[in-house]
Design a protein around this ligand. Structure first.
Ligand code: NAG
Length: 219
């Protein structure tokens, strides 16, 4: 075999080891997760903290179902927190405490807690928004929780300023619905030189009749 063929073979192997996953707020049974896994979807990220400050018990149940469908052996069941910003919402730290405690109390194992940073009721003061994110991250760390950030260039730019790199040390789950399961076209921002996960398609009809899902990929 010549060098080119070897290179192509290596690329092929690298490609086939890439990983697809979904997130959705629809409920998914254990057999639904087994079906997803059989169809090549290897990770799941469940909503737990809601933008109204409540806990999504359906998301917690999904995480437990995903774990029992042995997605967990891939280390691939995560949770996310969509923070609450309207008046009467708990503090940033308290929202993390509520979310993590709800997962722990339910015995729902998860890998990373992703903090959803997208335009929705955030105030206009970027300094306040930055501190809110720093507080959430600090609370995760003090509870021993692995943390990551879900956002994209536009949302980040509006909420904290495109160049604010205060949490660049944590993994980025990049929302960009360009339909391509890869990191091509990623434009660095916020101190991230590349994402860890790409959410490449939103709100599509999922496999296994699980309802509408967002499609995700990591290498
Ligand atoms: C912010 O992110 C959400 C989720 O990916 C996306 O739907 C929305 O279009 C983004 N907002 C902007 C202004 O890009």
């Amino acid at each position: 075999m010549n060098r080119l063929a070897l290179l192509l073979l290596a690329l092929g192997v690298a490609q086939s080891s890439a990983t697809l996953g979904i997130d959705t707020i629809a409920s998914i049974s254990t057999s639904g997760f087994q079906c997803l896994k059989n169809n090549g979807y290897w990770f799941y990220i469940g909503r737990v903290g809601q933008s109204n400050g409540g806990i999504d018990q359906g998301g917690i149940q999904n995480i437990k179902n995903a774990n029992s469908a042995v997605l967990s052996c891939m280390g691939a069941v995560d949770a996310y927190l969509f923070p609450c910003h309207s008046s009467g919402c708990a503090s940033a730290k308290q929202q993390v405490i509520n979310t993590v405690n709800a997962l722990h109390n339910a015995g729902a194992k998860f890998g990373t807690l992703w903090l959803d940073v997208e335009i929705y009721n955030w105030g206009s003061d970027q300094g306040t928004n930055r501190q809110f994110i720093l507080d959430m991250v600090a609370q995760c760390k003090s509870m021993g929780v692995t943390v990551g950030i879900y956002t994209n260039n536009n949302n980040w730019s509006s909420i904290v300023g495109i160049n604010w790199n205060g949490v660049a040390a944590y993994p980025l789950w990049w929302a960009n619905y360009n339909g391509a399961a890869n990191f091509n076209n990623f434009v660095p921002f916020g101190g991230w030189s590349k994402p860890s996960i790409h959410q490449y398609q939103g709100d599509v009809k999922g496999a296994c009749s699980v309802g509408n899902v967002d499609m995700n990929w990591y290498p």
